[in-house]
Write a protein of this length. Structure first.
Length: 213
């Protein structure tokens, strides 16, 4: 992306209407690299995604973090009993496409992505998760999440879950244009990605705890 004459409105449109406060202006938009993602994390303990050369702060509140933590705990427990691969948390940055770094709130990566079952040395490895879980925050926009879906499925992600704390529901995607809504009394299934894994949304929300109304 050329940085000549790029306005704040241009950046917001390109990034799906996200708040300007989430866009890092240093380095200049369009010039950021994976090294800058690592640098910001090291200096400020801040997780950013890299989108078309722009550093974008990942947004997640404490309650969304709580949901992600419980899901990660349950996935890891399943993997303890079913040796299928590894899980990552919300600061696990992955280069899913050239120049595109994403950090799902929870990710599962099958062992077949790791030759000899050895984990990569890079801080941001070129790895595509098999399952990506995103817990929606008030700061997320529909256009932002649509772009994220496109990136995930273009890269080869097989299953994506969007968890919506506001509606206490989930959207399960098997393609960017193919999804199913899971209500509060429904169940998330691992399908062919995590065979045998089931997660009741009611059980998840009960484990997470209720927020004050």
């Amino acid at each position: 992306m050329s940085t000549s004459f790029v306005t704040a409105a241009d950046l917001q449109e390109m990034l799906g209407g996200i708040a300007l406060s989430r866009i890092r202006m240093i380095p200049p938009p369009g010039m950021a690299t994976e090294d800058d993602v690592v640098s910001v994390d090291t200096r400020e303990d801040l997780t950013c995604e890299l989108i078309d050369g722009v550093l974008v702060e990942k947004t997640i509140g404490y309650f969304e973090s709580r949901i992600a933590f419980v899901i990660a705990h349950l996935v890891e427990g399943f993997l303890d009993a079913h040796d299928l691969g590894i899980g990552l948390g919300p600061d696990g940055t992955l280069c899913v496409l050239p120049g595109q770094v994403r950090a799902p709130d929870v990710a599962f990566i099958a062992w077949d992505k790791f030759p000899n079952r050895e984990l990569p040395l890079e801080q941001i490895p070129n790895l595509v998760p098999d399952l990506a879980v995103e817990v929606l925050s008030p700061g997320n926009t529909a256009a932002e999440m649509d772009r994220k879906l496109d990136d995930y499925f273009t890269a080869g992600v097989r299953l994506v879950w969007f968890i919506d704390p506001q509606t206490e529901s989930a959207q399960v995607y098997t393609a960017a244009d193919r999804s199913q809504t899971i209500p509060r009394d429904g169940v998330l299934h691992g399908g062919e990605v995590l065979p045998g894994f089931e997660l009741s949304l009611t059980d998840l929300l009960n484990r997470v705890g209720r927020r004050r109304r």
